[in-house]
Design a protein around this ligand. Structure first.
Ligand code: GLY
Length: 310
């Protein structure tokens, strides 16, 4: 069954005119990560490849395309976690970085810390030779338009919270049976400056453990943190639930206990996988055994051959 990669492009409402680009984006990210696995790359290499691809795609709320905070600025969060060692790295409220997921990996690989934030994270990026990019290169016309619209006095707060989500993430199992996760986000539209969501918080935005599996989450961060959604799902897997059943149990608990909607991608160390969500939509794609699976609505599942790299 090994190896496998599963990616998501965010839970919430995806406007019709953006659904095709969203589907193409997750499929392309899953395929790129799958080639890494097929070439003998680690699950960590694969999830970073997938999330880098999604961060570089302006259709998603991560990297270029991130939603804007109340001041019209980009502040991003990201996490990676390695299921073999339980090592993790995260960054929060970072600016002027094209690929926060790569900086999170550097935090894991090159420091003795688990999370760096804001200015300290920028200084670390500089010391690692990570290029600083102008904020304008991360802002799309679409994100600017949504920011303006949500400043309006008649903006719908529910729409602001759920309709505009779009965190990206990936989980993978490599040929050695090691699992990993990565998650990256611009956070919540019109959030307060300095607001940090679930994404960089271990156990909330993601978790990976070779003894149970790996999860990457998406949805309303303040709600996900209340139930530590990623770790909750792995707890159910430790108790014998499948990746799919455990994902549904975690999401159902979040809905019933704190009224939150969201989505997850989950794998177990054997390569069983799930892409589940309680929101209206979540773009997702999974690549395994030469096949690419993808969907957008509940119950939707398309399958095709993995496309060879050009
Ligand atoms: N789940 C992304 C966020 O709330 O920041």
């Amino acid at each position: 069954m090994l190896p496998v990669v599963v990616v998501h492009g965010g839970a919430g409402h995806i406007p019709k005119e953006r659904s095709e680009k969203s589907t193409m984006g997750v499929c392309s990210a899953a395929q790129a990560a799958y080639f890494v696995l097929q070439g003998g790359g680690s699950s960590m290499d694969a999830v970073v490849e997938a999330v880098t691809s999604l961060e570089n795609n302006p259709s998603f709320n991560a990297g270029c395309g991130s939603v804007l905070n109340i001041k019209g600025e980009v502040e991003m969060d990201a996490i990676v976690m390695d299921g073999k060692t339980l090592a993790s790295g995260a960054v929060s409220a970072v600016r002027n970085i094209a690929n926060p997921v790569q900086l999170a990996r550097l935090v894991m690989d090159k420091t003795s810390h688990a999370c760096l934030t804001a200015e300290g994270a920028s200084q670390f990026a500089h010391s690692m030779g990570v290029a600083e990019v102008p904020q304008e290169s991360l802002i799309t016309e679409y994100s600017r338009m949504r920011w303006r619209k949500n400043l309006a006095p008649d903006a719908n707060p529910v729409e602001s919270q759920m309709g505009k989500m779009g965190t990206v993430g990936a989980v993978a199992v490599d040929i050695e049976g090691n699992v990993a996760c990565a998650t990256s986000t611009g956070g919540m539209l019109n959030k307060m400056e300095g607001r940090v969501g679930d994404t960089p918080c271990i156990g909330s935005g993601g978790y990976a453990d070779n003894l149970s599996g790996a999860v990457s989450t998406t949805g309303h961060g303040e709600t996900i943190m209340k139930v530590t959604l990623a770790r909750l799902i792995l707890f159910h897997m430790e108790k014998g639930q499948s990746a799919e059943a455990a994902s549904d149990l975690g999401l159902a608990y979040m809905k019933s206990r704190v009224g939150g909607l969201g989505g997850v991608v989950t794998v177990d160390p054997k390569g069983n996988w799930a892409a589940r969500f309680s929101s209206k939509q979540m773009s997702w794609a999974a690549a395994q055994s030469g096949m690419l699976h993808h969907g957008l609505y509940t119950g939707e599942h398309f399958t095709q051959n993995v496309e060879e790299p050009h």
